[in-house]
Design a protein around this ligand. Structure first.
Ligand SMILES: CC(C)(COP(=O)(O)OP(=O)(O)OC[C@H]1O[C@@H](n2cnc3c(N)ncnc32)[C@H](O)[C@@H]1OP(=O)(O)O)[C@@H](O)C(=O)NCCC(=O)NCCS
Length: 191
């Protein structure tokens, strides 16, 4: 994927239990309420400010909108169809820049974890990347201790290709680098 590739406008995507729609300015207060928990941030990128400032979500959402406007990334609010009406997490996708070996990020309010919801969101966004955008692969990463995130990669058919050191909110630790090939993912879909 050449670094110059840009993302089209972020579409609304549906799954059986979720609507995924572009993040918007009005999402900042609910993100400010749901996101700053240690179990959510500990294995996220060290660039995330911690302790989370009072304007953390507003700054984050403004950045998301700029990235989407520039065609650099897509950021979806995760909305459960059974309620509540506001977002319970975010999932993001961006093109391969040829360097960072990372193309997807996600988090979910702990109240909604452990129900298969992020597996469902990740599958839908992966289908969008492969079937709609025509990408041939996705680079994915997680902290080695982040078993939930790791399991989502395994279930999708990603191959572990590297083990590095990563800088997380909780400090430096092992980072797993995965490569999910469209062909491997499609075989799993067909099975
Ligand atoms: C990672 C995260 C998004 C997973 O969301 P989720 O909706 O709870 O995930 P799912 O329910 O779809 O579960 C995915 C798989 O991981 C497993 N899993 C989830 N949490 C787990 C945990 N703490 N330990 C071990 N396995 C776990 C599930 O059992 C499931 O596997 P299975 O289908 O074989 O049973 C969520 O834990 C989260 O938001 N964490 C904080 C943010 C974060 O770490 N983001 C990822 C950065 S790389």
């Amino acid at each position: 994927m050449p670094p110059s590739q840009s993302m089209p406008p972020t579409p609304v995507l549906q799954t059986p239990r979720l609507a995924l729609r572009p993040v918007r300015t009005k999402d900042a207060p609910v993100i400010q309420r749901r996101f700053p928990r240690w179990e959510v941030v500990r294995w996220l990128d060290a660039k995330i400010p911690w302790p989370y400032p009072a304007d953390g979500a507003a700054t984050y959402v403004a950045g998301c909108l700029e990235e989407m406007a520039r065609g650099e990334k897509s950021h979806w609010a995760i909305i459960p169809k059974s309620g509540p009406a506001d977002l319970i997490g975010v999932i993001s996708l961006w093109p391969d820049d040829g360097i960072s070996r990372s193309q997807r990020g996600f988090w979910l309010d702990p109240e909604f974890q452990g129900r298969g919801l992020m597996s469902e969101a990740a599958e839908r966004v992966t289908a969008y990347a492969f079937n709609k955008l025509g990408w041939e692969h996705l680079w994915l990463t997680n902290a080695q201790d982040n078993h939930g995130s790791r399991r989502i990669k395994e279930k999708q058919g990603a191959r572990l290709v590297d083990l590095l050191l990563g800088d997380y909110v909780e400090g430096r630790g092992s980072q797993m680098v995965w490569l999910l090939m469209q062909k491997d993912w499609a075989v799993r879909q067909a099975a």
